[in-house]
Design a protein around this ligand. Structure first.
Ligand code: AMP
Ligand code: ZN
Ligand code: FE
Ligand code: FE
Length: 281
């Protein structure tokens, strides 16, 4: 069993890199990718621990991208094996991205206050390490009694449909994919179900992204039903995209219903061949 999509508390997961590696070993994973949002620091902290324990730790990251130039729809891009040499074009761009995220967070705190929530960015930043994201806001909203659960906090305050929502200024999917390729990485469209497109639009989007350099599609994911996983496996094959998969594990206090390696109620099971395929590219 392998898992190519997971988060530590260096982004918005709840386990430390060490706790995640310990869990991967207890779970018996043969390989694990840490794909934190916008940072490699969880991977970097985990690497010596994984090496000492003989766990194959895969280098990854998850990036936000805009589906079209003016659109409000987003696609998450997983990037495997992209250059993380200090000073690389990719790493410089990442620090720009984190600055943009910090600006969005300031706007989001102000927008919440304008909507009657007593919250400061400092309250939220205490929850994050390398970076702060909406799940950290959600935890503070629950603690302060503004929401019943993290999901409720997204519905009422943080999600794309909520009145206080603040969008991010991300590159387009085509630009993001090209940047990953320029850094020597393998770009993959994460959890395509979240694109919330009909099948024709989704296929056209993936074809366009492939023309821009997209190499893979996340077929297995905690939010994909078994039938959908079969559909995406066929689609990846038809479009000539490498299939990947992972649980998108965020830890017990962020997404308690998702297990490392096996996803939601055992709906994820990623073959080692997917990783072999990525490495062989
Ligand atoms: P951010 O990177 O700050 O925009 O936050 C995005 C993260 O919030 C995603 O990666 C998810 O982990 C989480 N998220 C987004 N929408 C929801 C939702 N409706 N319910 C729970 N978590 C969500
Ligand atoms: Zn996340
Ligand atoms: Fe994602
Ligand atoms: Fe993720």
């Amino acid at each position: 069993m392998i898992d190519l999509h997971s988060h530590t508390n260096e982004s918005d997961g709840s386990l430390t890199p060490k706790e995640l590696i310990d869990l991967a070993l207890r779970t018996g994973l043969e390989a694990l990718a840490i794909t934190d949002h916008d940072t490699f620091s969880g991977y970097e902290k985990a690497l010596p621990l994984a090496q000492a324990a003989g766990l194959d730790l895969v280098h990854g990251i998850e990036l936000n991208s805009r589906v079209s130039v003016n659109g409000a729809r987003y696609a998450h891009i997983l990037a495997y094996f992209v250059s993380h040499a200090p000073g690389s074009e990719f790493v410089s761009w990442l620090s720009e991205t984190r600055r943009e995220r910090a600006e969005r967070n300031e706007k989001l705190a102000a927008s919440l206050r304008a909507n009657g929530v007593e919250i400061t960015l400092a309250d939220v930043e205490k929850k994050g390490r390398s970076l702060t994201g909406r799940p950290h806001f959600a935890r503070v909203l629950v603690e302060k009694g503004y929401a019943k659960s993290l999901e409720d906090a997204f519905q009422r305050y943080l999600g794309e449909e909520a009145p206080s929502y603040v969008h991010r200024e991300s590159l387009t999917t085509a630009e993001t994919v090209a940047l990953v390729r320029a850094g020597g990485g393998i770009p993959v469209v994460a959890h395509p179900i979240r694109l919330a497109m009909d099948r024709a639009a989704e296929r056209a989007f993936l074809e366009e992204a492939k023309a821009a350099g997209l190499l893979g599609l996340e077929v297995y994911h905690s939010e994909h039903s078994p039938a959908l996983q079969q559909y995406y496996l066929g689609l990846a094959h038809e479009l000539g995209l490498l299939p990947t998969g992972g649980s998108d594990y965020h830890g017990p206090s962020v997404k308690p219903d998702i297990e490392l390696g096996t996803g939601r109620k055992g709906n994820v099971s990623v073959p080692l061949a997917f990783l072999t395929g990525l490495r062989a590219f």
